[in-house]
Design a protein around this ligand. Sequence first.
Ligand code: PLP
Length: 418
Amino acid sequence: MFVTSARTMHDVPADLEVAGEDVAGEFDGLYAHAAHNYAPLPVVLAHGEGVWVTDVSGRRYLDALAGYSALNFGHRHPRLIAAAHEQLDRLTLISRAFDHDRFAALTGELAALCSKDAVLPMNTGAEAVETAIKAARRWGHQVKGIADGTARIVVADGNFHGRTTTIVSFSTDPDARTGYGPYTPGFDIVPYGDLDALGAAIGDDTCAVLLEPIQGEGGVIIPPDGYLRGVRELCDERSVLFLADEIQSGLGRTGRTFACDHEDVVPDIWILGKALGGGIVPLSAIVADRDVMDVFTPGSHGSTFGGNPLACAVGVEVVRMLATGEWQERAARLGERLADGLAALPTGALSGFRVRGLWAGIDIAGERTGRQVCEALLERGVLAKDTHGSTIRLAPPLVITEEEVDLLVDTLAEVLAG
Ligand SMILES: Cc1ncc(COP(=O)(O)O)c(C=O)c1O
């Protein structure tokens, strides 16, 4: 397994051609010609290796966000980079008008990892969610007998499933939703973690329940024990598909392959993305058994880039890495260390925290916003991301070492004490 050793945050790796001090000014106009749909922390990155990234002036930072779990294996993991290089020299894109020699390996090995029959690859997470919604609606009509155009899907409040117009239609976050109407109908929103509300919302026209097994964007919200099992039971009883959005929670992050594994629950559709592309290419997928997947027929769904040779070459390497279980074991072990470290922070510094594997949502006590805490962490060489006011999220790459977990917790302790 490739891991980077802890180094001081300000070392410059020998192989980095640092731009030079005066170059920082070149980035003043970074947003002169860009949309303002993000408010990033003030750092311009130029290089990454493992857990560490380096900015244009040569300063190093521990990346405790890992691209919202897209970089589960760290920056430029040698095995993934080698797979990408090899494929770049052979064949990169053909569209699905033809077949290519990497497709069967990805679909076969990913289906096996998920213990399902079939894979439909796409690119972004939002596309995979859209694909799952389309599959569920068609299944509702063709298999369950719901009149075409009337199928409903139950979702949870506080969800984050992406940014398309249909997906923001059932967001409860005003920032994500406001002004983008008219909205797509057919969604019923219930409180996350409330099985009674979920049961009450399922009607004759319900084709699916769509949930994040842990709500990432919501602040790493872990539902009550037994919730996912209860969702599975309700879906079975009422003949409704369970769509699990594991785009952020899946592929090793929580110490198991999937967050649903913590309750031994298997959904009808796994929705995957982010880490599947190895931090190199966008690659997402839905994974399901034939009775669901076969609602798609030629021409009924697709994507020019979905399942392209380059993405498949990287994706299959990701699947092979996960197939041994060692990444999941590592995330579980180091996650315990992270949880112990957070539990040892001075009482009063936090109003709460939740950890599952190497994934933490931390609620800051007192007046400071999550953004202010992230800015202070940045000054001390740690990259993290706030969400919803006073919460920050930590999701370091799974290649992080014990020492680096301690460094992360110690830096947070310093910031909280300051
Ligand atoms: C749970 C979940 N679903 C869907 C998405 C959307 O993925 P993408 O940004 O690749 O479209 C995200 C992104 O953060 C996510 O966390």
